[in-house]
Each structure stands twice: as structure tokens, then as C-alpha cells.
Design a protein. Sequence first.
Length: 165
Amino acid sequence: MKKIVVVAIVGLISFNSCKKEGCTDNTATNFNVEAKKDDGSCQYAPIAQDGFRWKEDGGSEIVADSAFWTTGSWGTGIRAYKGGNSNMFEINWDNQDNTSVGTKTLNSSYGFTYIKGGTTYSNSGTSNIAITAFSNNKLSGNFTISITGGSIASIQATFVNLPKK
């Protein structure tokens, strides 16, 4: 019996010594540890944050104060606000409750409107929005759109788990 215990202990020690150590550095916020690099440092993957975030012409990320998706006989859409109506998005695509994963077309007539400080921007032509997930009545996706109407030429946005209103 003592031999079996000794062999089992030696086996466990050998197994554990061959095991690659995981990355335990959890000092970064809003990131998941993805892997441990050969040099011992940690590689991180960003944690998708709920809400609506965008960049104007590739600049700094801006986070909406409130955002949601909505639907009606006119179609399906997203509304996002920062500082009340001083930064406001109205994004629309065809068909009521059109929340399936895939690409949605935003036409140039009413598909995309962004109001910033009194300047109204719209998409410069037919554009697309990607719906990447729909679960528990929450909508996620992203888009990059060329716009006209002022000094901003493009908007890149990501939205995660937008609730329905």
C-alpha cells in the first residue's frame, strides 16, 4: 500500500511539473487574460462592454450615456445619446423586429442620422450595419459608415447588449 501511495505522489509531482503555468496577472481592467506569452507576460483580450461606443474619424472612443434598440411598423433601429440630444444617433433598417444576426442595409434616405452640436450628419450612400448577436432581447453589433454634413467624414461604432425600448 505504501508503494502505491509513493508512486501516486511521484506521478502527481511529475505531472504538475510538466504543466504549463497559466497567466494569473489580473491587474488590467476591462480585459480578460487571453494567454501567457513565452516571455512570461500576459496577453489580454478586451472584454466587450455593454452599451454604445463610437469613434469619429478614428479618434478617441466616445461612450453613449444611453442607448437602446426599438422597432415599429417603420422597421428596426438603434437610438444612442450622449449629453442629452447634443450627440444623438438614429439608425434605421427595414422590417419590424429585424434582429437576426447578419448584415442590414441602411438606405441613404433615412438609415443613418447623427446630430452633434446642432450639425446633422447622414450616410453618404447605402451603408451596412452588422448585427453580431441577439440574445435575451438584447442587440449587439458594429458598423463603419462614411457620412456627410459637416467636418466628420466617418463614424465607427460598436454596440453590445442594447436593451429594447
